[in-house]
Write a protein that binds this ligand. Structure first.
Ligand SMILES: Nc1ncnc2c1ncn2[C@@H]1O[C@H](COP(=O)(O)OP(=O)(O)O)[C@@H](O)[C@H]1O
Ligand SMILES: Cc1ncsc1CCOP(=O)(O)O
Ligand SMILES: [Mg+2]
Length: 266
């Protein structure tokens, strides 16, 4: 693929909707599936250990989110990540509140050892993942993205992954190149599981352009930034923002995305 702008990738994704296996949490399942559908891809929430590996081999990409974890789910995550690796499919890790308990810390360390293609988290999660002083407690970020940029670069180099940090201004790096994406709305963190949904959408873009996970992550962040900004324009609060966001995602096209997105070198 020659043109890798977010708009070109959105158009390519809609032309050939990829199947995305999302292992996500109970909170996120519905909104994440709707977000992926509105953007033009095909989500499947498949997590049982008995089938997760088999499904990963047929999906275009996998996403793994530790939001509502249990031992059985971890077995499914490992089977899926191994199968994705074995079949050359990209996979995305969302380390939700991984610092909160020893169970989560161990789970995320084991998943990192399976070499995710992309890591997507909020600033508190990315700082802690790199071993820094994070103020995070639960699933919500309590740190600014600027403070997570060095951690993201370090993680990208350490794990050979693309790292996307979200917040007021998003930051993405593969260790060599880095960009900031502006947009979105302060209403976004007021709706639960929107970050989880972004992780699933990142998987959809990674399936569209598996050879360039950096471009895929940028496209997902850009899509959220523009749809979020547009949805906030007439939203009265988080409730109306939520459905307006889905409508904006569905209405977004490649040309509008490239015209509106604000991306800067970092
Ligand atoms: N204050 C904000 N202003 C604009 N966009 C935001 C803001 N906070 C979060 N976002 C956007 O919300 C989405 C989810 O990010 P975030 O809230 O950081 O993830 P999580 O839900 O995992 O904590 C991203 O697209 C991000 O850019
Ligand atoms: C509230 C909550 N509790 C466990 S997972 C989850 C959803 C977190 O979603 P996000 O990380 O997108 O805010
Ligand atoms: Mg999150």
């Amino acid at each position: 693929m020659e043109n890798k702008t977010p708009g070109a990738l959105l158009t390519a994704m809609r032309a050939k909707p990829p199947l995305v296996q999302c292992i996500t949490n109970y909170v996120a399942m519905n909104i994440a599936a709707n977000v992926v559908l509105a953007a033009g891809a095909s989500p499947a929430m498949v997590h049982a250990a008995e089938e997760a590996g088999e499904f990963a081999a047929i999906a275009g990409a996998l996403t793994v989110n530790i939001g509502t974890l249990s031992t059985q789910w971890i077995d499914g995550m490992h089977a899926a990540a191994r199968a994705a690796n074995a079949s050359g499919k990209p996979w995305v890790l969302d380390p939700v509140a991984h610092y909160a308990t020893s169970f989560r810390r161990k789970a995320v360390a084991d998943l990192l050892a399976l070499r995710p293609t992309i890591i997507r988290g909020n600033a508190s999660e990315i700082i802690a993942l790199a071993g820094g002083e994070s103020r995070g407690q639960g699933v919500d970020s309590r740190d600014p993205v600027e403070q997570a940029e060095a951690s993201a670069r370090l993680l990208a180099e350490r794990h050979g992954a693309v790292v996307a940090v979200t917040g007021v201004v998003d930051f993405v790096t593969d260790g060599a190149q880095a960009l900031r994406i502006e947009g979105g709305s302060p209403l976004m963190p007021q709706i639960t599981a929107l970050g989880c949904s972004l992780t699933c959408l990142t998987g959809a873009f990674a399936a569209t352009i598996p050879a360039d996970p950096f471009a895929a992550a940028v496209a997902a962040l850009a899509t959220f930034a523009v749809a979020g900004e547009e949805a906030a324009r007439d939203a009265a609060g988080p409730g109306s923002f939520s459905w307006r966001f889905l409508d904006q995602l569905a209405a977004l096209d490649g040309a509008k995305l490239d015209a509106k997105v604000r991306i800067n070198a970092a």
